[in-house]
Design a protein around this ligand. Structure first.
Ligand code: ADP
Ligand code: MG
Length: 624
């Protein structure tokens, strides 16, 4: 509990005890003393509410919950219903206390779950002295020491030692990762075994851990439509309720007067005050942001970053999912299965292709480098031009070398012999002459098939694969995974067109998601209703471009994200309907004079507690 909460708790207990004593004291014959005595617990428990209401009036933002409570309780005191007046304030504060405790607890839960905030860095100076410093002070290019058991505070490259890192806090999955000299490490991982020295490559603020925390903490600033609705609703609702209460207090007695009956002012004013207490909207105002906060936080702990409540809402309505192929449903880990060489030796062809690809970040590039096996000299490569969805053109040893697909060969005006090998083909041409091609094939991710099944179970009715790869490869992958539709040989721009076509065919309630790995598909990620980037660990581009970021590259997480969103949205609407339903019922009873203030405050605080408890369920998403 925070100091503020403890303070409030003490006030609540003290006021409760006083109220009890006053209720038992025989004060009937001393009305003034009785009034003054009741003021003590009233102010003890409610002074801050009264102050806030007063401030609201001064700032011309009159109509909020504090105002409702202040008017209702002051009114009750004036009517001589002292016990009710104090009790309403008392219960209201218990509700406040409960709610602030619940919010604080979920906040703490989330930061515990997302235990990636580094507190310090061990800075090593030139003489080898190690000093513990604030990670903010470490400059790019410094050396830091990470002992076993410590968190990596800043992104960098290992320059000494080898160890195993635990990425669980980032990905939600405990997949240990072996690192040794030369490997990149990202902040937020925990060093499990050996001492590591790391040369930092980023500022602390720019490091993965800081960026992720930033993202999670700011997610709630992008409001969902239900949240915006509540804000608008409250703006109209509270004043409406106040005027309604005023009418209820004034009109019936006036009518009665006209009809020649006793006006019964006291009764009607009391009913109007009850009406005010009942209509306090705090259950909704509190529980909806808490639900989104919990859902987003719980998802983060599973390695699913949702950048705002609005995306939570969209995710819950996803009916069509479009995928990129390479790196999304396949591993992006191409193996060379064949080399058809004409003019050059096999080894030389591989080397030319690998050299041309040396600077590319495409998965194909890495595979060629690995398959080549020779030491590749960067100095031999100049004038690199990468053509998205086609390949690379570069000067190798001064000769123009093109490595890529048919489209690229057409571009450089080279005729290509037919090849029927199954797999992706990297054709190579040097100085406009065809040299042969490398056949490579990718593996489908182990969990991809399960991912498709789970998507269907999560309510996705259509899956579409969009790829720049050959028709035959696309067909095989789509068939193997049971993907409904596929489009092949697309340029990155064509993918945008395809997604736009899907968007056109969908409605408000049937949203389109695009899932990619962030490599050359940023435009599609932002064009879809919701863009999901996977395998984002260490890829800034993907984190920037997407609305939802999956830290690891497990496609099963897509369905999980949708499920989390659905659960969260369901809880939000449960709370809205429940709270409004109970309120309407009580308002009716109050207007008819059946409900008294006791029932009103019980309904108000009770509904709020139930809504908050329900909202807290949003955090529990582990087993979805
Ligand atoms: P996907 O849609 O499967 O993610 P891309 O759009 O990244 O695929 O690439 C589509 C096709 O373009 C690849 O299958 C490959 O034939 C070719 N290609 C793209 N980049 C390269 C590269 N760096 N080297 C060779 N071929 C490439
Ligand atoms: Mg791709």
């Amino acid at each position: 509990m925070t100091k503020k909460q403890k303070n409030l708790l003490i006030r609540v207990i003290a006021a409760g005890a006083m109220l009890l004593v006053l209720a038992l004291l025989p004060l009937k014959d001393y009305p003034v003393v009785r009034f003054l005595l009741f003021l003590i617990p009233y102010f003890t428990v409610g002074y801050d509410i009264l102050r806030k209401a007063g401030k609201g009036i001064l700032n011309r933002q009159v109509f909020d919950e504090c105002f409702l409570m202040a008017v209702a309780t002051i009114g009750a005191m004036i009517l001589g219903e002292y016990t009710e007046g104090v009790a309403v304030m008392w219960f209201y504060q218990i509700g406040e206390l409960f709610q602030s405790y619940a919010v604080g607890k979920s906040r703490r839960n989330i930061s515990e779950l997302m235990d990636i905030r580094p507190d310090y860095a061990n800075y090593e100076d030139e003489d080898g002295n190690v000093e513990r410093v604030d990670p903010d002070e470490v400059e790019v290019g410094s050396v830091i020491v990470v002992n076993p058991g410590e968190k990596v505070p800043i992104d960098g490259v290992v320059i000494f030692g080898n160890s195993t890192l635990n990425t669980a806090a980032l990905t939600g999955e405990s997949a240990p990762q072996d690192v040794s000299v030369g490997d990149s490490v990202i902040s937020g991982c925990v060093n499990m075994s050996g001492l590591l020295k790391i040369r930092t490559e980023k500022e602390f603020d720019e490091s993965t851990a800081s960026k992720i925390l930033d993202l999670v903490e700011n997610a709630s600033s992008r409001k969902a439509r239900s949240e915006q609705f509540i804000t608008k609703f409250a703006r109209v609702y509270t004043p409406a309720v106040c005027y309604g209460a005023l009418a209820l207090a004034v009109l019936p007695p006036v009518v009665r007067l006209i009809m020649g009956l006793a006006p019964m002012w006291g009764d009607w004013v009391y009913r109007a005050l009850t009406f005010l207490v009942i209509s306090c909207p705090c259950a909704i105002v509190v529980s909806i942001p808490l639900s989104f906060f919990g859902g987003i936080g719980g998802a983060s702990a599973q390695g699913i970053l949702i950048k705002g409540s609005n995306f939570m809402e969209t995710l819950a309505q996803v009916k069509t999912v479009a995928f990129d192929k390479t790196g999304t449903v396949t591993k992006g880990n191409f193996k060379v299965t064949d080399v058809h060489h004409a003019a050059m030796e096999r080894e030389d062809l591989l080397e030319m292709a690998a050299l041309a690809e040396l600077h590319s970040s495409h998965p194909i590039s890495r595979s060629l480098r690995e398959a080549c096996g020779r030491e590749l000299d960067q100095g031999r490569v100049t004038d690199v031009r990468e053509i998205s969805g086609a390949g690379v053109i570069a000067r190798v040893d001064g000769r123009e070398t093109a490595a890529g697909n048919l489209r690229l060969m057409r571009e450089v005006g080279v005729d290509v012999p037919e090849c029927h090998s199954p797999g992706t083909i990297v054709h190579t041409a040097v100085d406009g002459e065809y040299q042969g091609h490398v056949v490579i094939s990718d593996e489908i991710k182990e969990t991809a098939r399960e991912a498709m099944r789970k998507l269907a179970a999560a309510g996705v009715t259509k899956t579409v694969m969009l790829t720049g790869d050959k028709e035959s490869v696309a067909r095989a992958v789509a068939a193997e995974l049971g993907i409904d539709e596929y489009r092949a040989e697309l340029l990155p721009g064509d993918k945008v067109t395809e997604v736009e076509r899907l968007l056109k065919g969908s409605s408000e309630k049937a949203r389109v998601a695009f899932v990619g790995d962030g490599i050359n598909d940023a435009p599609v990620l932002s064009r879809a209703d919701v863009g999901i980037a996977m395998g984002a660990l260490g890829s800034d581009a993907a984190i920037e471009a997407a609305d939802v970021v999956l830290m690891d590259d497990d496609p099963v997480k897509i369905a999980k994200a949708i499920r989390i969103a659905k659960k969260c949205i369901r809880i939000v609407y449960e709370n809205i309907y429940f709270a409004i339903g109970v309120k309407l019922l009580c308002l009716l009873l109050g207007a008819l004079g059946i409900a008294n203030m006791w029932l009103a405050i019980f309904a108000d605080v009770g509904v709020m507690v139930l809504c908050v408890l329900n909202a807290v369920r949003c955090l529990a998403v582990k087993n979805l």
